[in-house]
Design a protein around this ligand. Structure first.
Ligand code: CTP
Length: 412
């Protein structure tokens, strides 16, 4: 998909610099070519040798190096790039970009650049929230610089918050999106183990309207469902994502339908069937207000709160799993539990008639909702498997690898 596109990757000096190596690896797998500038502080975290080994070309560092300039001047580095990617983008380099500093090879190249720029910020969450950093990022965005992440989760400094570098695959997908002409065309990214199969994924929360301004919702970020849709598309499946409201970008290569309520999600899911694989990762609201007020509800005399009568929403996973000509060959659900996780999830799998259920303990202090990681037990008709705590991207990839294995053994 990225065939022949040249990315100039600038690796700045942050603890997440090591993840830039995975960006190179995954980007090359998807056909991108890399030239790399490693800032002086970036070279404290990863070596020019490891960068060169993965990128297949030398890592440039020095502005005033005669060999570097003779081989590849800073102007040529940006002229020959289709996209400049800064990952990790530190507070310092973001400040230099926002203010036009040019005191090393990276900042000079960025100032001499007219190509699209994508930055993947990474820093401690207090730094990320600092008004100076936010103002610099806002100035860059106003100039058309695209951003990916940062995400929320455990930070290298031992604290938890936003400021975590986006996952390498999400950075690569954001780069591919910027490199594709016009809006990203849906469709499988490349041939893969799931080529020729159709997949359907639900993700995010649903919002159930009380009146034109209020709703019942939940804390689901959609990160797990979106990561699964991205991984299915990356494995070659023709993937449709039906998602509730989230702050996430559309995963590359998927047809995306955005809905709000459970009823809208069910309607889109039914329209999107048949499919070979369905993964229900959405946190669908179990109830909705029995009727939606047409006007904003006003406070009553005497302060009496209104009573909201609830009606039960249809179970989308159970509807997909019900026997019938459109039932997918493999239906995977999630079970969010706060106690007796395996027992409840096993009963849920039977009741909803899905093939696999991924059970997670949503009472865990690290939390699953909104976080960057997930820890699941995979429950099938054959038993229960415990998976280690993984990033949501890694979990998605492991699930898709498992799905691919199942379809492969079904074929042979
Ligand atoms: N689900 C669904 N439609 C609903 C409710 C849940 O498709 N109306 C799906 C979810 O996407 C998930 C699975 O069912 O794959 C389990 O969701 P969960 O919230 O754990 O269970 P509930 O069915 O809501 O049961 P309970 O709240 O009683 O645990």
């Amino acid at each position: 998909m990225g065939a022949g596109k040249n990315v100039l990757l600038i690796i700045a000096g942050g603890i997440a610099a090591y993840k830039a190596l995975d960006v190179i690896r995954r980007g090359r797998e998807r056909g991108l070519c890399f030239r790399v500038i490693l800032t002086r502080s970036g070279a404290e975290f990863v070596t020019p040798l490891s960068v060169a080994a993965l990128a297949g070309s030398k890592a440039y560092s020095e502005l005033f190096s005669l060999t570097d300039e003779a081989e590849m001047g800073h102007i040529r580095l940006v002229r020959e790039a289709d996209l400049v990617l800064v990952a990790p983008a530190t507070a310092d380099l973001i400040a230099k970009m926002a203010n036009g500093f040019a005191d090393d090879l990276a900042s000079t190249a960025l100032l001499a650049n007219e190509k699209p720029v994508l930055i993947a910020p990474s820093m401690n969450f207090v730094m990320w929230r600092h008004p100076a950093v936010q103002a610099n990022v806002a100035a860059l965005r106003a100039r058309g610089v695209a951003t990916v992440g940062p995400g929320a989760g455990d930070l290298a400094c031992g604290e938890v918050g936003d400021g975590r570098l986006a996952e390498p695959i999400d950075i690569v997908n954001a780069a591919l999106r910027l490199l594709s002409p016009g809006p990203l065309s849906p469709g499988p990214l490349s041939p893969g183990p799931l080529s020729g199969l159709k997949a359907l994924v639900t993700s995010g929360p649903t919002y159930e309207a009380i009146d034109p301004v209020r709703f019942i919702g939940n804390r689901s970020s959609g990160r797990q469902g979106h990561a699964i849709a991205a991984a299915l598309a990356a494995a070659g499946a023709e993937t449709t994502l039906v998602t509730g409201p989230t702050a996430l970008a559309d995963p590359a290569g998927c047809t995306v339908h955005r809905i709000e309520s459970a009823a809208e999600m069910l309607a889109k899911v039914q329209q999107s069937l048949p499919a070979d694989i369905a993964v229900a990762a959405a946190a669908v609201s179990d109830w909705r207000p029995a009727s939606e007020a047409t006007q904003k509800m006003k406070k009553r005399e005497g302060g009496e709160p209104p009573r909201i009568e609830l009606a039960t929403n249809a179970d989308i996973l159970a509807t997909i799993s019900a026997p019938g000509p459109k039932r997918p060959r493999l239906v995977v659900g999630f079970a969010a539990e706060t106690e007796k996780v395996i027992e409840h999830a096993t009963a849920k799998r039977r009741k909803k008639q899905c093939d696999w259920i991924l059970a997670n303990d949503v009472s865990a202090p690290t939390g699953t909702f909104g976080g960057a990681d997930n820890k699941v037990h995979v429950i099938t008709a054959d038993g229960t498997e415990e998976w280690p705590r993984l990033s949501k991207t890694e979990l998605a990839e492991r699930l898709v690898a498992r799905i691919a294995e199942t379809f492969k053994s079904a074929k042979s």
